[in-house]
Design a binder for this molecule. Structure first.
Ligand code: B3K
Ligand code: ZN
Length: 874
């Protein structure tokens, strides 16, 4: 397996002026005829260059150039390419290939899912359909004819607009689609099947009417409404926020059950994992509804940030993904509660992305090399990439940032460009020097900011000193200082916001301000202060860093109660909780008895009974830091001790605040029937959180309350709110209820996925045995990524069970991966991630985790995806 380096980029020798594809879809074989109009893009006076096209996993049936079949000696076929050594400056190449989509378990290229044909071409799936320069900087005009049996496949779709349709002999029919926008092959899509369609329409800001069509299985016809409504919201939002209008006459979304990731932004024809489309109140939780809105938005926003302006090469992936993540985060923030959304995004970044940065696969937002590009669709490229865009907006200010976006789209519409092009547009629009900022794209690792302060009472000056450093990552031992926007505020002891006046500036300054940190160490002086303030640091989580400031517990309590920025207010509570839990972890490790921390219980009670009107925020604030985040904070992770300490905290709070939890839960419950947009999702979340705490008491009366909620619930949010705690409850009712749930929902794939996950995530001692048994359950499907993730993926997130000291959890994961690798290398490689962090554990677990990685390494003919992850992590 070879490594591809960013510095080896060369523009393509041949470009494709236009491409005509004809698919004859069959039950046994599928024929693809491709006609490419090719043109040399280099200066031929310096000598002729061969035509090299990518292609594999199909049978080549015929090949002709300008209408004449190519003689066998006029071309060479290797495992991955077709080479024609001598070609004219401009010519037509016709290629016929034969595929078997029904055998394609990789779910990449053209494959079958549930009786329908569909495609997934990003990043390099198109090359398993036909020979092509399968790289994002070759843009072409596609015309696609799909031929299939009329009965079985009444719906035939591809990108763009329908051009022609008709009947053919033998019960077949065809449709021809034409996409007027130049696009790279990774945005090509095709769908054929017996599908229901729900329709709507959207009138763009310039008055054009766009037809919106959502295709799904007939049985799911009633489950697409939310996705369609979300699409319309996203279209309006992008017009209002970024001035971006949709450009084709129709926008199509297709839901498929077998899908490697979440969804795909193919031009005019998005293909979605059905879990990000289908929802009814009975089958989807509030969180599912939000996730659908977000992913629908994400793929829609790609139409500009990704499709109209695309990537020059795959090293630039964050150009579209980081930018689009930022756009979908802002969309969701505008649709929901901004503070709560920010907190959720930070939570994800600090677990998933920080873990990447701290492990053997750490890479910069713009990687320098890869073996398999599919391994780089990571939290670093996506979510840290999104944070970089957010920092740019903070540094430039909203107005100049928008000017930069406009300039970027105007300059590069229709082009395949680089991250450098994007940053340059931002620099040009703002007249700012972003030279140092660019390091965020090239240096990996999570920067550490260590802050300290002092107060000079005599002259009323508060001094903040900030030191930044960044730990070494693979291939990058030393780092230069980053350009970091540090947004700060100051509070007095009564919790009032103070003006933030930099020494020497006229008073009073604003109550929040952006400090630009760009050296290894820097000092800021704030004047005009009567007494020592409490600093609110990194408001809005203004940079993806670890911040270390020696807050005293009472500072944190003050921030929890009074800080104006939701992130900082929440973070204060998280820090306090983390301090307490980590000291319990130390007690547990030293064999000392665990004792409740009464000061923490008091602070928690104050929050619980505060009457905070944003119930979703309150639920966030009352949720203890996750086991994964606590693990991030430890030099050597002890999953067992973390689990025990955190459970002890939960039990302590439930015991001491039993009546408060009951009262808050009661106050949050409503007698009204559930409504998707009823504005009560925060209440439901808080009520279910209270129930989860109470269930830790293992009291019969509470268990009955929980079962009562399960029985009477009219929506999946409350059903799961009851089932989650029940799944971890060692009570006789548990198995009955889980059985009942399965029986009731066995016909609904997505709900059955939830059922598998519930069991795999249980706290109970027998969870691993249960997971093993579930592998043999008739509903378990190895080849369906959602199902595999629901059971095996969820289990690997179950910290105490996955990290069982005897290695049985690791062994279970690898046993299952050994079966999945030949079927689906891409999904397998992703699910390996939990094992790659072995260096973070004590020697015993390190050895066991490495041993399991070696079992995979020993497989003959390891696919590239898996090979890269295993080799880099061992
Ligand atoms: N661009 C796709 C991801 C493709 C992943 C290929 N392994 C979905 C998205 O980010 O919108
Ligand atoms: Zn994306």
């Amino acid at each position: 397996h070879t490594t591809i380096h960013r510095h080896d980029y060369r523009p393509p020798d041949y470009t494709v002026e236009s491409v005509d594809l004809r698919f004859e879809l069959g039950e046994d074989t599928t024929l693809v005829r491709s006609r490419l109009a090719l043109r040399a893009a280099y200066d031929r006076s310096g000598g002729e260059r061969p035509l090299v096209l990518d292609g594999h996993r199909f049978v080549l049936r015929s090949l002709s150039l300008d209408g004449t079949p190519l003689a066998p000696e006029a071309f060479q076929v290797s495992a991955e390419t077709l080479v024609v050594p001598s070609v004219p400056a401009s010519f037509t190449l016709e290629v016929e290939t034969e595929l078997r989509p029904q055998d394609n378990t990789f779910l990449e290229g053209l494959y079958r899912s549930n009786g329908m044909f569909c495609t997934q071409c990003e990043a390099q799936g198109f090359r398993s359909i036909t020979y092509y320069p399968d790289r994002p900087d070759v843009l072409s005009i596609f015309t696609v004819t799909v031929v299939a049996d009329r009965e079985r496949y009444p719906v035939l779709l591809s990108n763009g607009n329908p051009l022609d349709r008709g009947e053919l002999p033998d019960g077949r029919h065809f449709i021809t689609w034409h996409d007027p926008f130049r696009k790279p092959s990774y945005l090509f899509a095709l769908v054929a099947g017996r599908l229901a369609c729900i329709e709507d329409s959207f009138t763009t800001c310039s008055g054009r009417e766009v037809s919106l069509r959502l295709y799904l299985q007939e049985a799911n016809r009633n489950k697409g409404g939310h996705a369609l409504r979300s699409l319309k919201k996203a279209m309006r939002w992008d017009e209002e926020t970024f001035g971006r209008e949709y450009d084709l006459d129709c926008y199509m979304i297709v839901a498929v059950d077998d899908f490697n990731m979440g969804a795909m932004e193919n031009k005019g024809l998005n293909i979605f994992n059905s879990c990000y489309v289908l929802a009814t109140p009975e089958t989807a939780t509030d969180t599912d509804y939000q996730a659908i809105e977000e992913v629908i938005g994400h793929e829609y926003f790609h139409n500009w940030s990704g499709n109209r302006v695309t990537c020059r090469d795959w090293f630039q992936l964050s150009l579209k993904e980081g930018l689009t993540i930022f756009r979908d985060q802002e969309f969701s923030a505008d649709m929901e509660s901004r503070g709560v959304k920010r907190i959720a995004d930070v939570r994800y970044l600090r677990t998933a992305q920080f873990a990447e940065d701290g492990g053997p696969l750490a890479h910069p937002v713009r990687p320098e090399s890869y073996m398999e590009i599919n391994n780089f669709y990571t939290a670093t490229v996506y979510n840290k990439g999104g944070e970089l865009i957010r920092m740019l907006r903070t540094l430039l200010g909203a107005e100049r940032f928008r000017k930069g976006m406009d300039l970027y789209f105007e300059r590069h519409d229709g082009q395949a460009v680089t991250i450098e092009d994007f940053v340059q547009a931002m620099a040009d629009a703002s007249n700012m020097d972003l030279g140092q900022f660019r390091l965020w794209y090239s240096q990996a690792g999570t920067p550490l900011m260590e802050a300290s302060s002092s107060f000079e009472a005599a002259d009323g000056v508060f001094t903040l000193t900030v030191r930044q450093s960044c730990p070494p990552t693979p291939g990058q031992p030393d780092k230069q200082p980053f350009h970091i926007p540090l947004v700060v505020g100051l509070l007095d002891r009564a919790g009032r916001e103070l003006p933030v006046t930099l020494f020497g500036e006229p008073a009073p300054g604003p109550t929040t301000r952006i400090l630009e940190v760009n050296r290894a160490e820097q000092t800021f002086h704030f004047s005009g202060l009567d007494s020592e303030p409490v600093p609110a640091l990194l408001r809005g989580y203004s940079a993806p860093v670890k911040l270390d400031y020696p807050y005293r517990p009472d500072d944190l309590v003050l921030l929890m109660a009074h800080e104006t920025d939701p992130f900082c207010r929440w973070e204060a509570g998280q820090q306090l909780a983390a301090q307490v839990i980590l000291s319990l972890v130390a007690d547990q490790q030293a064999g000392r008895e665990l004792k409740p921390d009464q000061a923490f219980v008091a602070a928690y009670r104050a929050a619980l009974t505060s009457g905070e009107p944003d119930r979703a925020f309150l639920a966030e604030a009352l949720t203890l830091p996750s086991e994964k985040y606590l693990a991030e904070l430890m030099p050597v992770i002890d999953p067992e001790a973390i689990h025990i300490a955190r459970r002890f905290m939960i039990h302590t709070l439930a015991t001491q605040l039993r009546s408060d939890f009951l009262a808050v839960r009661e106050a949050c419950r409503s007698a009204l029937p559930y409504g998707v947009d009823d504005g009560r999702s925060g209440e439901r979340r808080l009520a279910n959180l209270c129930l989860a705490y109470l269930m830790s008491l293992e009291e019969q009366a509470i268990t009955e309350l929980c079962i009562q909620q399960y029985r009477t619930s009219d929506n999946m949010t409350d059903t799961m709110g009851a089932l989650g705690p029940l799944a971890s409850c060692d009570c006789p009712e548990r198995s009955q209820v889980l059985e009942d749930f399965y029986r009731h929902w066995q016909g609904d794939r997505l709900v059955v996925d939830k059922w598998f996950s519930l069991r795999a995530l249980s706290d109970l001692p027998g969870t691993l045995d249960d997971a093993r048994a579930l592998i043999g359950h008739p509903a378990f499907e190895l080849a369906n990524p959602n199902r595999f993730r629901a059971l095996v993926g969820a289990f690997s997130q179950n910290q105490p069970h996955f990290h069982a000291p005897d290695g049985a959890g690791y062994r279970f994961l690898v046993d299952q991966l050994l079966r999945l690798i030949p079927l689906n290398p891409q999904v397998s490689a992703r699910l390996l991630a939990p094992l790659t962090t072995w260096r973070r554990f004590e020697p015993g677990r390190q050895a066991l985790m490495q041993q399991e990685l070696r079992r995979i390494q020993a497989l003959p003919q390891l696919p590239r995806d898996v090979y890269e992850v295993v080799e880099k992590s061992l």
